[in-house]
Design a protein around this ligand. Sequence first.
Ligand code: PEP
Length: 245
Amino acid sequence: MPRTPLIAGNWKMNGLRESLAVVEAVGAGAPEGPDALLCPPATLLAATAAVKGARLAVGGQDCHAAASGAHTGDVSAEMLADAGASAVILGHSERRADHGETDAHVRDKVKAAWRAGLLAIVCVGETLAEREAGRASEVVQTQLAGSVPDGADAARLVVAYEPVWAIGTGRRAEAADVAEIHAVARASLAERFGPDMAAAARILYGGSVKPDTAADLFALEDVDGALVGGASLKAEDFLAILRAA
Ligand code: PEP
């Protein structure tokens, strides 16, 4: 079964209302074919949803595990959905590092995303020290096992392999390494959720994806799109990556 590529843009803590011009340009120029998703900061979610157009979807960058309650400063999955989101990035390495998120936290957030009807994009990936110690595959397998709840299916779960050392550094992982880890991730999904789920599940690569290197990446068998940080802030760059998919 062919998998529809997904190109997801992660704006991180960037973007003011003036950035809605980027949303409009991406929405107007998005090609038919790949799924296009932009994840702006929570402050811009509703406004992004209002101007994005039909070819672009909008997502959050995190959510709390609870639906509501005494959690000052947090945003629930239900709130993201209410603001117009259809997806949420969970377990990004910046959240794991800055906010101490563990696999167990991520797993609870994925359940919350599903409760609210959102697609969960679960991020996994090794640090440079872990790669140099030959532990990249093991780390990704462990993160996947801990971060993905039981009952996952390809309609509600996307995996993003993001080597920590490649995020925002301009240093993309080598094709052979991407291919190896994506195959490991797909095998992990197959072992736990069965071959049909694994064959249908989308596995994205993230880490310094740029317009000039995207096509090579998308040619790899197990790469079903990208999670894009810096290059998603410029409409032309993000559109070029979408066209490459
Ligand atoms: C990211 O934010 O997940 C990311 C991959 O960032 P960048 O593309 O800037 O490396």
